[in-house]
Design a protein around this ligand. Structure first.
Ligand code: G6P
Ligand code: ZN
Length: 543
């Protein structure tokens, strides 16, 4: 077998965003695109000679071809061992787990998460480090720098490796080990949760629907929920991963998982509804007639995690991204454990988890997870909810009601304005940023600003700094507004407006969130001129 050293030239725009490099699939399929990026990753991490890598993706269009390229390049760059999920499939949390349990040096995960897949849609590649987590900013910056100066990449001239059969083969001096994507992950879940209690719950007639959205969690959910936990067959739907996710957006929220939402709000709703995204790290939880916001989910999980064997000793701390509601902070305060507020992006939780400072982490963007891996984990969140439901013997709605009456309810919604002209979106943000210090004391649509800042974060473990992570405005009535531009879009800019309002009175805790948030929604528009500047009279998405 022959190693070829190809001359190449830098390709612009290979800058990893919130979660790896994400572009239109066609861009990735362009000449040398994958090769340049993958070689830049290998170079930026000091080469991969003798190293072990985990490789897998969410099965979207181009997943299989990209994996073959990565394997040939890994071999040509001297890697000793690549662990690959069968058919190239690995959910993001399962890849994180494999990196950790197998002591791998890192991994390449192929996914554009919840973005649609297909030749006209999105693709992505992300590098995870030896702790199993997304590469920190220092590493992604080094990768990006390398993409701007790359002159050669190395690749093996070889046939495709058969990824359909378990076991080991070799590619020159490198071993390729094809593993079942589910086995190790399922074993980890069985250690963390009381599977007997959940089995009894299902045996007693408890019903659920898990919507895998034609994405990677299908096989995981089938094996664990129907197989190991005994939920009736058919509890897991859309369970076969498809390259285009059946034409849908594999994003578990009320907008994209509408079918599930309709079921859960209807007469025939099962006890629990849940869904996960393209690569299996996001989750949606919905009870009969009761949608659980990701921010509330984190708070409820924090308050009840001790009911699961893996967390019986309690939590060391809780972390949330800045735009996530402050509901989890209230639980942390009650438990007398630290609450951390980090920038958006799971990578910012890495050091807190590694250092044992936080056990649970969560984001408003439907991500929840713990120190069991270094990624958010969709199915894990569903299983923790199942464990809690089994232990408490109450419905999702009753658990929420009890939680709100204990801690108050943080009404919460995110309004997204998608595909906004990038220059206009930046101008809007700049304008608010430039006026931040004049805001306190001023009123907007009747709400008085208490404090306003441009969120910056200093990592308590390694002292690294992240600045300009979103504009925060708090009001004297306890409301909060956050403005931020998305870091994961592939077209134009997405303006995210995060809105919340605490409500302590149990009699007022069952209102429609959009209505309960009407004042802060109006204040956001008055303060930032959203309607005027974007030319939109309503957001594209309300979560
Ligand atoms: C990805 C990351 C999350 C992050 C989310 C935010 O899913 O893994 O950690 O919260 O993106 O995306 P945004 O589009 O708001 O930058
Ligand atoms: Zn995802």
């Amino acid at each position: 077998m022959q190693i070829t050293t190809h001359e190449t030239r830098p390709i612009g725009g290979q800058k990893p965003g919130t979660s790896g490099l994400r572009k239109k699939t066609k861009v990735f399929m362009g000449p040398h695109y994958v090769e340049n990026f993958v070689q830049s990753v290998f170079d930026a991490v000091g080469g991969i000679e003798g190293k072990t890598l985990v490789v897998g993706g969410d099965g979207r269009y181009f997943n299989a071809q990209a994996i073959q390229v990565i394997l040939r390049m890994a071999a040509a760059n001297g890697a000793a061992h690549c662990i690959v999920g069968r058919e190239g499939l690995l959910s993001t949390p399962a890849a994180s787990n494999l990196i950790r349990t197998r002591g791998a040096d890192g991994g390449l995960i192929l996914s554009a998460s919840h973005n649609p897949g297909g030749p006209e849609e999105d693709f992505g590649i992300k590098y995870n480090t030896a702790n199993g987590g997304p590469a920190p900013e220092s590493v992604t910056a080094a990768i990006h720098a390398r993409t701007e100066e790359i002159t050669v990449y190395r690749i093996m001239e070889a046939q495709d490796i058969d990824l359909s059969a378990l076991g080991e083969t070799t590619l020159d001096r490198m071993t390729v080990e094809v593993v079942d994507p589910v086995t190790d992950y399922a074993a980890l879940m069985e250690k963390l949760f009381d599977f007997d209690a959940i089995r009894r719950l299902f045996a007693s007639g408890f019903t659920m629907r898990f919507d895998a959205m034609h994405a990677v969690t299908g096989p995981y959910a089938k094996t664990i929920i129907e197989g190991m936990l005994g939920a009736p067959e058919g509890s897991v739907v859309n369970a076969v991963p498809l390259p285009d996710f059946g034409g849908g957006h594999p994003d578990p929220n009320p907008v994209w998982a509408k079918e599930l939402m309709d079921l859960m709000m209807g007469e025939d709703a099962p006890d629990l509804g849940a869904a996960s995204d393209g690569d299996g790290d996001r989750n949606m939880i919905v009870g009969r007639g009761a949608y659980v916001t990701p921010s509330d989910s984190l708070a409820v999980l924090a308050a009840n995690a001790h009911l699961a064997p893996g967390y019986a000793d309690g939590l060391t701390g809780v972390a949330r991204s800045m735009p996530t509601s402050r509901a989890a902070d209230r639980v942390a305060q009650y438990l007398d454990i630290p609450a951390y507020e980090t920038p958006t992006g799971w990578k910012f939780f890495g050091n807190l988890l590694d250092g044992g400072h936080a056990t649970l982490c969560g984001e408003e963007s439907a991500g929840t997870g713990s120190d069991h891996v270094r990624e958010k984990d969709g199915l894990w969140a569903v299983l923790l909810w199942l464990n809690i439901l089994a232990a408490r013997g109450q419905s999702v709605a009753d658990i929420l009601t009890a939680h709100w009456s204990d801690y108050g309810r943080d009404y919460y919604s995110r309004h997204d304005y998608e595909g906004v002209d990038s220059a206009k979106a930046r101008a809007l943000m700049d304008d608010v940023r430039n006026h931040l210090d004049t805001l306190p004391g001023q009123s907007f649509a009747g709400l008085e600003v208490e404090a306003a800042d441009d969120f910056a974060y200093t990592d308590p473990v390694d002292g690294s700094e992240a600045t300009s992570q979103g504009l925060r405005v708090t009001f004297t009535n306890g409301a909060r507004l956050v403005l931020r531009l998305s870091g994961t879009g592939t077209v134009g800019a997405t303006l995210r407006v995060y809105l919340e309002q605490h409500e302590g009175d149990p009699a007022q805790q069952h209102r429609d969130p959009q209505e309960a948030l009407a004042d802060v929604i109006a204040a956001a528009d008055a303060l930032a001129g959203i309607t005027e500047r974007t030319g939109r009279d309503a957001p594209d998405v309300r979560t």
